[in-house]
Design a protein around this ligand. Structure first.
Ligand SMILES: NC(=O)c1ccc[n+]([C@@H]2O[C@H](COP(=O)([O-])OP(=O)(O)OC[C@H]3O[C@@H](n4cnc5c(N)ncnc54)[C@H](OP(=O)(O)O)[C@@H]3O)[C@@H](O)[C@H]2O)c1
Length: 384
């Protein structure tokens, strides 16, 4: 197996290191030589002996000896061109590029199929946590009914810090940024777009559907207040940015929103920059995948595993149906904070200072909004 790694930044350089350090063990596992032939980046990088450095990705794509192209530059323009060209040449592709898959999956997978090439993207969801391939291969006996997860480590870190260090959103964001946790385009993290890319990928594979990414209703954490974190805690909850997807009567419910999660739930105890994915299946019932969602070796671990998988037959093809009917999940319990008492049905209530806090019974959001018309209030979903 001859590999070309395009992009030698945080993840790409880690991939070259692992492939070099673990060469013997990996070769034993697949009974074939494993060679990194190229490393490609814009700025010169010192690579292990024998690995050719190039600034031109065409050198990798045009080399007939290269079987596997690893795209780790990110973005959706040049990365897409690289992946499509590699697949058209019959090379297998491994990528960690969640944005690209979430926006262009259908087109990319069609090219892969037309050219009998494989594409793997485990690292795009949950960094190093094996969840995409296990959900398709190890859970093949099951129908997946529901997916819920904390899929963005940065927002989870900020929300955790707001709780533990008694900080407001801006203070916690400044610390996260200082630690290098926030993407160059902060909106990807803070507005839930990165989590939406990942729930797209999980929902696509679980439900065997393609759909328009923009249909995912996505609310980030900018409006989450320290006050609501404290009130939620009093009621036995933590606020987490939850991405979820499930089948609903009209089609599929898929959204990302700050949500109250029970402090006793496993998901409610996933703190700092950790990720978690909980799948509800018809036979296995609930299964949870937990671990680090980002970082050099964490992410490179999943990429290297994918590279090895290109050597095996795959149990799944991306022959999915395009669907239109994607909606936010609106039947839920809700947390409401208002500065005066409200006339609503509720499961929990308390008042503090000038605030009145409710956890409603489960109901449709439109029904609740109708009951609260003319009122000013803060509202968050509560995980059932
Ligand atoms: N970082 C993580 O923990 C993590 C986790 C999960 C998924 N991912 C995904 O993994 C991918 C890579 O992320 P990263 O954090 O490793 O990015 P990064 O550190 O910014 O590295 C990007 C690399 O791509 C190179 N590059 C950019 N444009 C290029 C071009 N036209 N031709 C050749 N090389 C080019 C850069 O070269 P120069 O440095 O010379 O400009 C750099 O080596 C992204 O899709 C990201 O979403 C990352």
């Amino acid at each position: 197996m001859k590999i070309g790694v395009i992009g030698l930044g945080t993840v790409g350089f880690g991939v070259v290191e692992i492939l070099t350090q673990q060469k013997e063990r990996l070769e034993k596992a697949i009974q074939e030589e494993v060679t990194v032939k190229y490393g490609c980046a814009l700025d010169e990088v010192t690579l292990p002996d024998g690995v050719i450095f190039t600034q031109d990705f065409q050198d990798v794509l045009n080399d007939e000896e290269v079987d596997v192209v690893v795209e780790l530059i990110g973005g959706t323009t040049i990365a897409k061109k690289i992946i499509i060209e590699a697949l058209k040449k019959g090379k297998h592709v491994v990528t960690a590029n969640k944005a690209l898959i979430a926006h262009h999956a259908q087109e990319i997978f069609q090219v892969a199929e037309d050219n009998h090439a494989k594409i793997y993207y485990e690292a795009a969801v949950g960094g190093g946590i094996p969840v995409v391939v296990p959900a398709k291969e190890d859970l093949i006996a099951n129908e997946i009914e529901k997916i819920e997860g904390i899929l963005n480590g940065t927002t989870n870190f900020i929300l955790s810090l707001m709780e533990t260090d008694n900080l407001d959103f801006q203070e916690a964001l400044t610390i996260a940024d200082g630690l290098g946790y926030v993407e160059a385009d902060a909106s990807l993290d803070l507005d839930g777009i990165d989590a939406a890319h990942k729930i797209y990928i999980l929902a696509m594979n679980a439900f065997e559907i393609f759909f328009d990414f923009d249909k995912i209703q996505c609310t980030g954490i900018r409006q989450v207040t320290k006050k609501d974190i404290d009130y939620a805690k009093k009621l036995g909850y933590r606020i987490k940015l939850i991405a979820q997807a499930k089948k609903i009567d009209q089609g599929y419910g898929i959204d990302v929103s700050p949500t109250l999660v029970g402090i006793k739930d496993i998901v409610g105890n996933v703190n700092q920059a950790y990720n978690v994915v909980e799948l509800t299946c018809n036979y296995l019932e609930n299964v949870i995948f937990y671990g680090k969602g980002a970082g050099r070796y964490v992410t490179a671990s999943a990429v290297v595993s994918d590279i090895m998988k290109t050597h095996q037959p795959t149990m799944w093809k991306h022959q999915y149906q395009y669907v239109e009917n994607i909606y936010p999940i609106t039947y839920s319990q809700y947390y409401i904070r208002c500065d005066h008492p409200l006339d609503i049905d509720y499961e929990m209530y308390f008042s503090q200072d000038h605030d009145h806090i409710y956890i409603t019974n489960p109901l449709e959001l439109s029904q609740l909004q109708q009951q609260l018309s003319g009122e000013t209030y803060s509202l968050l979903k509560v995980r059932g």
